[in-house]
Unconditional design. Sequence first.
Length: 201
Amino acid sequence: MLAGRGEEVRRIVDLLDRADEAPGQIRLVQIDGPIGIGKSSVLAAVLSESQRRAATSSPPIRVFLIHGDRLEGEAPLTPVRAMVEVLLGAPLEDLLGAASPVVLALRCAEALASAPYRGIIAVDDAQWIDTATQDFLIAVIQAPAALALTVLLVHRIGQEPEAVLDAVWRRGGFHEHTTLEALPDSAIRGLTAGLRPLQAT
């Protein structure tokens, strides 16, 4: 468990454990906090613990991790390349040559709906996802397929991708929101216990 963040990690993992969605139900878990607070580390710990628990449960989970890129210099849909290629079984370039991003999103939603696992889409640095990726996620969320899906959005405070949130709300999805605060002094003391002070020079 992540040092100093055990309570937050357990609370978020418990939310994911309770996400025994009925067909067509979407759950959004939103994690935000100021820059440098440890959001990405908390996300990594949450996904690791969720997968550990899911190893002995049914149905299993499958995590698709997406990273926002503030430079936006990559080809369209690059952040969701791994997800698309796993679900549709072909290289992204070949798929884009034959269908639009929205059509690919609908096909991915259909694949998730029929998959033998519960899907989790985790978006780190969500404040930086490009327009094409955001539109892709919205199309997946709004797809008519009987889709049980959890979306984890991790972003800086006040920089959430509002269009994605709106898509979940329009679908009637559940929304949970956790804001990471600075570690309390007691946790910091625990983390630094045993460290030797710097010697004077």
